[in-house]
Design a binder for this molecule. Structure first.
Ligand SMILES: Cc1ncc(COP(=O)(O)O)c(C=O)c1O
Length: 389
């Protein structure tokens, strides 16, 4: 069966842009085909100017090509290699609405940061637009969601939320698209103001870079983010930019393979008696299949599943894996598995359990290894650590 039946088409020219996008942002002197790593932090200044680059924190040629490439694959006018800059768009006394089903670690970071800055936060289940509308206040300046949530893979109707946010003048709609990337979902086309990424995950895909990124079309907001980035000084190094440029060349191929490997693993797990329930967008019982096909051109390699067992069983299971690493991150070539209940969170165990994050829940990022080897590894770990079924 065609896995892509009924889905949107992937964005036109995506594969070409992921290899060449932003290439001409810098006229490299010797016709370099692969973007050089410009390590210099200082640039000789022409008194008659204009001088394109002044100082490494303010701008760097390798970073400029990366920002151009990321914007080209996102279909956006601008890209800024900074994520924490977004929260600094808000002022003390502002209010923002945050999706209550974001990754618990992200919720904690956002809540702690907002508290320090005097920003009021309301957590809302963003699958229900009426709840977002009801949470709006005169001082609401930003709504932040994940279109498919981490770890439970709940899907949000981005276009419907955008309509609610647009009812409130001046309110920014930020979508963290880390799980899908612009290859599978283009939130700007559905009305988002900002698209936010942990490029550490699928965009880079090799578990060797930590980097955030924001895509947008709004001129004034671009300037504001750019100023915050320069002021805060949190800019990626030229080497990280080079690594990400290199990784983006294979993004479409990687995403397709994550999707097929993820589905193979989800189907194996669904048939496995040690597993109580599997959540995966490619399975027939996925609750939002029609919306998924309307909004996305595919899905990534994320799978969530509940083991038939207790916290200790789940712990023994993840630590018995050999091909799959018991590790925190996701979206890399290397498969990882993690028990979300054990990750840093601001939820109490009771709150987490109410949200479905119980100690027997495993989140898996299915990588690019041979799916037969991934499945064999899961199989040995399940059979060696869980009681006979
Ligand atoms: C959806 C999502 N957004 C953002 C982040 C934060 O990413 P980083 O570690 O690159 O700051 C994570 C980390 O797990 C994530 O899963």
């Amino acid at each position: 069966m065609d896995l892509k039946q009924g889905f949107r088409s992937p964005p036109a020219h995506f594969a070409t842009n992921s290899i060449h996008g932003g290439r001409d942002v810098i006229p490299w002197p010797d016709g370099e085909v692969v973007t050089p790593i410009a390590l210099t932090t200082i640039f000789r200044q022409d008194p008659d100017g204009p001088n394109r680059f002044v100082y490494g924190r303010v701008g760097n040629p390798t970073r400029a090509v990366l920002e151009g490439r990321l914007a080209s694959i996102e279909g956006s006018k601008y890209g800024v290699a900074a994520i924490t800059a977004v929260i600094h768009l808000l002022n003390c006394g502002d209010h923002w609405i945050v999706h209550d089903d974001l990754y618990p670690g992200v919720i904690k970071e956002l809540r702690d940061m907002a508290l320090k800055m005097g920003i009021e936060t309301t957590f809302v289940d963003a699958r229900y637009c009426d709840r977002i509308r009801a949470a709006m206040q005169p001082n609401t300046r930003l709504v932040w969601i994940e279109p498919i949530t981490n770890p439970l893979l709940n899907l949000v109707d981005v276009e419907a939320v955008a309509r609610v946010v647009q009812e409130k003048e001046g309110c920014v709609f930020a979508v963290d698209n880390t799980f899908l990337t612009g290859y599978f979902l283009r939130p700007l086309e559905f009305g988002a103001t900002l698209v936010i990424y942990s490029a550490t995950k699928y965009l880079n895909g090799h578990n060797d870079v930590t980097l955030g990124y924001v895509a947008l079309n709004d001129d004034a907001m671009y300037e504001a983010l750019w100023n915050i980035q320069q002021g805060a000084g949190s800019v990626p190094s030229p080497f990280e930019c080079y690594l990400l440029l290199r990784s983006l060349k294979t993004l479409p191929i990687r995403m397709e393979k994550h999707m097929t490997n993820g589905l193979a693993v989800a189907r194996y797990l669904q048939a496995e008696p040690h597993v109580e329930k599997v959540i995966h967008p490619g399975l027939d019982d996925y609750s939002s299949s029609a919306l998924l096909r309307h909004q996305c051109s595919g899905y990534s390699g994320m799978v969530a599943f509940y083991l038939r067992g207790c916290a200790e069983d789940a712990h023994r299971f993840v630590t018995s894996l050999r091909v799959v690493s018991n590790a925190d991150s996701l979206g890399g070539c290397e498969s990882t598995a993690k028990i979300p209940a054990c990750l840093g969170t601001s939820y109490t165990p009771e709150e987490a359990a109410l949200r479905g994050i119980t100690p027997n829940l495993v989140r898996m990022s299915v990588g690019l290894e041979d799916p037969k080897d991934i499945i064999a590894d899961l199989d040995q770990a399940l059979k060696s650590t869980l009681t006979e079924m």
